[in-house]
Design a protein around this ligand. Sequence first.
Ligand SMILES: [Zn+2]
Length: 206
Amino acid sequence: MFVDIHTHLDNQSVIKIVNDNFEEKILTTVGIHPWEVGVIANEVPRDLQSLGMTTAIGEVGLDKVHKETFEKQIEVFEEMIRLSESYKKPMIIHCVRAYSEIIEIRKKTRATMPWVIHGFNSSVETMRQLLRHDMYISLGEILYRNENQAVKILKNIPLGRLFLETDVSGRDIKDVYSKAAGLLECDLDFLCRQIFENYGRLETTH
Ligand SMILES: [Zn+2]
């Protein structure tokens, strides 16, 4: 079983589970992406359609490349956290240059649902801080673009907190797992089992 914790399908952010017979299970997620906060109405929709039926809230988060909307992003993100906590849904988080803000907001809101930081691409120290606040780390393109950094991160992350993803890369999730297993020098099946267990833990929170 290969869990792709964050990818896109027809303009929607989804979680994909691929089994050994190449059968896919698609689980939808809903949320307001930080790039979208400028174009949505002033009021964040209180009940995002179909929230009850979705697997997780995502992708949501903060992106400092889009500085002009940063305050609005924080407002929307905090609203997403309220939904996550009340519907008991984990969150898939997009974060660009705003890791300290994410940590501050987690502390401030006392959020308890699991948060998965998708597409993590920062230092080992930042990763440790996220782990200290009970977050999960998902890796994708960093495995191909910055192998040295990826190895450092992989070797310092407890396997119980790791996820893998394809996001918009168009890669095959099985390749991403093989790549990670290679860098970790561990058995592919072992890695699959471990991440599937992590996924099980996310699911049982709601
Ligand atoms: Zn994405």
